[in-house]
Write a protein that binds this ligand. Structure first.
Ligand code: CA
Length: 222
């Protein structure tokens, strides 16, 4: 899952990125409002963590403009202000949730998980296809009940394929969902990751779940 953090305080932004990456999220940073808005409007993110006070364009304005463009990416507002009216303003402009700084990192993770679950059916914390399942809260991946250990990127790649199960994803789409924009990953590198993922989830099983669609990309299906 890919998260955009819009935060002008570099120390906080970098700490968030580091912490979230340890939790298997892919994170991009924007340090001002305009850059944040442009990236958020790209549609490449599953969640946006948005600071309220930002140079060039503030968080409320970013929120308002995204919503006016029919962009419904889940937005979690982060702010040092704790006044009730700011919370109301934030929610009125289309933010989905609100967290007051300083906050416990665990609290942030809980809110992110709640937002990530929202578009799906309630309580569906497990993505499955056939006999393969991926648990979004424990990060456990199993096939036929057996645990499979994946690297962080392999996990993200599999999660992305499962979220779009039965649909073809191009290499570029996989890169956009799984890697941050500063990583200069080439489409060919995706093949290496896919090969490694296959060794772990498909090789020893009769039914191969990851399919190569020649000239297009990959999909996961039964
Ligand atoms: Ca700020």
């Amino acid at each position: 899952m890919k998260i955009l953090v819009v935060e002008d305080e570099h120390l906080i932004a970098n700490a968030l990125k580091k912490g979230l990456e340890q939790e298997h999220y892919t994170v991009d940073l924007a340090f001002d409002g305009l850059e944040g808005f442009d990236l958020a409007a790209s549609g490449d993110y599953d969640i946006v963590l948005l600071d309220l006070m930002l140079p060039k364009m503030d968080g409320l304005e970013i929120c308002r403009q995204l919503r006016s463009q029919q962009n419904h990416v889940p937005i979690l507002m982060l702010t040092a202000k704790s006044q009730v009216e700011d919370k109301i303003k934030g929610l009125n402009c289309g933010a989905d949730d609100y967290l007051t700084k300083p906050f416990a990192f665990e609290e942030l993770l809980a809110r992110i998980r709640a937002l990530a679950r929202r578009p799906q059916k309630a309580a569906s914390e497990v993505l499955t296809i056939g006999d393969l399942s991926l648990n979004l809260s424990t990060y456990e991946v199993t096939r036929q009940g057996k645990n499979i250990s994946l690297s962080s990127k392999e996990y993200s790649l599999l999660e992305c394929l499962l979220r779009h199960a039965n649909k073809i994803l191009t290499k570029d789409q996989l890169i956009q969902h799984v890697w941050s924009y500063e990583s200069d990953i080439l489409p060919n590198t995706i093949e290496v990751y896919i090969r490694n993922l296959r060794l772990k989830i498909d090789k020893n099983y009769k039914i191969k779940l990851i399919k190569t669609i020649r000239g297009f990309g990959y999909k996961i299906s039964e």
